[in-house]
Ligand binder design. Structure first.
Ligand SMILES: [Zn+2]
Length: 178
């Protein structure tokens, strides 16, 4: 969860002590929001007070002053589902982030039932059934089998053009990102 304030009349030091982590500036003409980490920003600016920095800030693209400015901090909620260990989760298409917890169950069988129902509801989506870091089931296809040791994989070119060895380890860690 995130917490934000528009009260910027405090020093960077006081803001950091109050656990504010970022300064967020919005440029209305560009429709862009920029988030600065407070700690490095404090080191790099000559201003002591956050509002003084904001008053002199302007957009790198259009030169306008920020339309809105906030201090932002993130706080950890105690997980309200902490005793429901069997989780069915929907992931983003790239498999990097959990988009939604679809079910949290107390028992493994309830989790399985939920997993099958949810997979049916979400055709084509990346859904996992996990307990902790242990993957029970996934809608992602299995990684291809590891080639025998005497087979040297063809170097694959990624978009940046750098050579990436087709390592099965790399592949697997991408498929199970937890
Ligand atoms: Zn702008």
């Amino acid at each position: 969860m995130e917490d934000r304030t528009i009260n910027l009349d405090l020093t960077f030091k006081a803001a950091l002590i109050a656990n504010w982590q970022w300064l967020e500036l919005e440029c209305e003409p560009c429709g862009v929001t920029v988030r600065f980490e407070l700690q490095p920003l404090r080191a790099r600016t000559r201003h002591n007070v956050v509002s003084d920095f904001v008053a002199r800030a302007h957009c790198r693209f259009c030169g306008e002053p920020p339309a809105r400015a906030f201090l932002v901090r993130r706080y950890e909620d105690a997980d309200p589902l902490q005793f429901l260990k069997f989780r069915v989760e929907e992931w983003t298409h790239d498999g990097q982030h959990i988009e939604a917890i679809k079910a949290a169950c107390y028992s493994v069988t309830a989790g399985w039932a939920a997993y099958h129902a949810i997979v049916k509801d979400l055709p084509g989506r990346y859904v996992t059934y996990r307990i902790g870091s242990y993957l029970m089931a996934t809608t992602r296809p299995e990684p291809p089998p590891t080639p025998p040791n005497n087979v040297i994989p063809m170097p694959k070119k990624d978009r940046s053009g750098a050579n990436q060895p087709a390592s099965s380890h790399r592949h697997r860690s991408r498929l199970a990102p937890f």
